[in-house]
Ligand binder design. Structure first.
Ligand SMILES: CC(=O)SCCNC(=O)CCNC(=O)[C@H](O)C(C)(C)COP(=O)(O)OP(=O)(O)OC[C@H]1O[C@@H](n2cnc3c(N)ncnc32)[C@H](O)[C@@H]1OP(=O)(O)O
Ligand SMILES: CC(=O)C(=O)O
Length: 585
């Protein structure tokens, strides 16, 4: 009877990804066929065992997706089609819903059926016996078409709690019809880990006993599918694994209906690194952070920067005490090595920093600073003073690097803004949204020449940005490649009303790298100007370091700066400071 035992101690867990089906049921997420194909290929490389591609026939995209994958099959994962049991009162072999399922050509089909009597009588408005017949009939039909069946027992835990006898009868129907997998679904996401453990254990025992009685029965394998409505989807999936299930269903980044599904980016590392189960290879695990970010890019949702394991901040250290300790031994503040999941350690600069943060950042920028160098403490004090004034450097790493280089007299000087004026026709703006309504005039000192330039824009900051670029591009053609990728404004003391201080964060890009700069002022245009100017300076510094003959060394930027710094540049000269501002409006 050994082969009738549930598979309680497998060598390998099988990851079943449903990003393309349940993930796509998330509000605000919509996938094109091209998106689905790109995500499927990434999942395939990541090493998941199964990819649920969608419900063929439910919409034209899903059918087309299966055709596309058939034409160029996956390398590792097995593609699975998803559908419900047949409609009440119909026959499976006559149900039009099942035609595209068979036509999708997959070996495996996941059929979801009702386990909860309430759903049968209320959701389907049919009888309990008819629901059993729907399960039997659908699976039998698909088996007759040579399909192998994963049976998703929808609302398993709620159904079992309300009416265990009926819930078990639905499983019996699925097993008798030939389902190879039984997947327990916490569809409403309201179950607690302790309940999951108890119920999976009871059902596992029931299956074992039943297997002992039924000598011809092939014992199905068990799976888990959890939703996150109580914030417990991952914990619930882990609880089920501890009770012997071997298929784990989930989605990348936890996308899914309502609050989402079990997040595979959290589940896989926990299973593999904490519990010792092999899900994907160690090498594939190192792709996890990248896959998480790429998928969020494809679905056009901002990545969760604080996501466990794969988030940008998952290994970011901000407190000076943490940074100091983590540099001595990463185990002090890291539960795993970030590289295991393809993430990396980051040191964040802020008023919470200590010397260790500064030294670590300086090293990363190729700036030779020593702990006993008094400049180090001066930089730290300056950060704390500026953050007190409203600056924030943890997001503005480019501004922080410029500040460090300033402190050690290694900041290259490209230009200075002598003055600027902006004229905004706000009345026109409200009438004709999006049209040019602002004019900026900028006077800069660049390579010994004073240049006065004017430019228009569809707002004061856009006009100022355009005027700055226009005045500089002749001297620094690389500026033509720079563009703004993000502009964030935060009012710091809103109780001061229109006198409030404003912090502006500007993200710039050269198409290859992105960098962020910060400006603070009671005048939003002055704050924007500071951030814009530093954005241009940092971009030029990057460009010239990469294009200087010596740039290929690790210290490319520092070498470049040492060679190019304008020793005679006098920062105490008021003409070299930004801030001579006149606003016409
Ligand atoms: C837990 C889950 O996430 S299950 C997956 C849910 N995913 C989706 O619903 C997305 C894809 N769905 C669709 O595109 C559509 O709902 C379709 C094409 C499947 C069905 O569309 P429609 O025919 O318009 O039905 P509708 O969307 O109103 O769904 C209700 C119908 O589904 C039936 N149904 C619901 N669950 C099941 C089931 N397990 N077995 C059989 N029928 C079911 C209901 O009885 C009802 O049928 P009725 O209208 O004949 O009374
Ligand atoms: C099948 C499924 O998606 C669920 O029960 O949540």
């Amino acid at each position: 009877m050994k082969d009738c035992q549930p598979n309680l101690q497998p060598a390998k867990l099988q990851i079943y990804d449903t990003t393309l089906r349940d993930g796509a049921q998330r509000e605000g997420l919509s996938l094109s066929i091209e998106d689905k194909v790109r995500i499927a290929r990434k999942l395939d490389r990541l090493g998941v065992a199964f990819i649920e591609g969608g419900w063929p026939g439910a919409n034209p995209k899903d059918g087309e997706f299966f055709r596309r994958i058939q034409a160029e099959p996956l390398m590792n994962a097995e593609l699975v089609a998803f559908c419900s049991t047949r409609r009440p009162g119909a026959k499976a072999n006559e149900d039009a819903m099942l035609v595209p399922i068979v036509a999708s050509g997959t070996r495996l089909v996941t059929v979801f059926g009702k386990s909860w009597d309430l759903h049968v009588t209320e959701g389907l408005r049919t009888t309990l016996d008819e629901n059993l017949a729907m399960i039997t009939d659908t699976i039998t039909y698909l088996r007759s078409r040579d399909r192998h069946i994963i049976y998703d027992a929808e609302h398993w835990f709620d159904g079992y709690k309300q009416n265990p006898e009926y819930a078990l009868r639905t499983l019996e129907a699925a097993i008798a019809a030939g389902a190879e997998w039984l997947v327990f679904c916490d569809t409403n996401g309201g179950t607690l880990p302790s309940e999951i453990e108890t119920i999976v254990k009871q059902v596992g025992n029931w299956l074992s006993e039943r297997g002992d009685r039924d000598s011809k029965g092939i014992m199905p394998k068990l799976g888990i599918h959890t939703h996150n409505d109580s914030g417990l989807a991952v914990a619930n999936a882990l609880a089920a694994v501890q009770q012997g299930v071997t298929m784990i269903q989930g989605t990348i980044n936890g996308y899914g209906e309502r609050c989402g599904n079990a997040n595979l980016c959290t589940l896989i590392p926990n299973l593999q690194l904490k519990m010792g189960w092999q899900c994907i290879t160690d090498e594939q695990l190192t792709q996890l952070s990248e896959v998480s970010r790429q998928v969020s890019e494809i679905v056009n949702l901002a990545p969760d920067e604080h996501a466990p394991f794969v988030g940008l901040s998952a290994f970011a250290h901000k407190g000076g005490i943490h940074v100091s300790a983590v540099q001595r031994n990463p185990l002090t503040y890291e539960h795993i090595a970030p590289e295991q999941v393809g993430n990396s350690r980051r040191i964040v600069i802020s008023e919470q920093a200590g010397l260790s943060n500064i030294l670590s950042k300086a090293k990363a920028c190729g700036i030779p600073l020593q702990k006993d160098d008094p400049t180090c403490r001066q930089i730290l004090q300056k950060i704390k003073d500026l953050e007190q004034l409203g600056y924030q450097f943890e997001a503005a790493e480019a501004s922080f690097e410029l500040l460090m280089r300033d402190a050690i007299a290694q900041r290259p000087h490209f230009f200075s803004v002598l003055s600027f004026q902006i004229h905004s026709d706000a009345a026109r703006h409200s009438d004709r949204h999006g049209e040019v309504d602002s004019l900026a005039t900028v006077k800069v000192m660049v390579k010994g020449q004073e240049k006065l330039t004017a430019s228009e824009g569809n707002g004061p900051v856009s006009a100022l940005d355009a005027a700055l670029r226009k005045s500089l591009v002749k001297f620094y053609p690389a500026i033509a490649q720079f563009y703004l990728t993000d502009y964030k404004v935060r009012i710091l003391n809103s109780n001061a009303g229109t006198d409030a201080k404003t912090r502006v964060l500007i993200e710039s890009s050269n198409g290859d790298r992105r960098w962020t700069t910060v400006g603070v002022s009671t005048n939003i245009i002055a704050a924007s100007c500071k951030a814009l100017v530093e954005g241009l300076e940092y971009g030029l510094m990057l460009y010239e370091s990469q294009n200087s003959p010596n740039h290929l060394s690790d210290r490319g930027l520092s070498d470049f700066i040492e060679q190019n710094i304008e020793q005679n540049y006098d920062r105490s000269n008021p003409n070299n400071q930004i801030g001579a501002i006149n606003l016409a409006n």
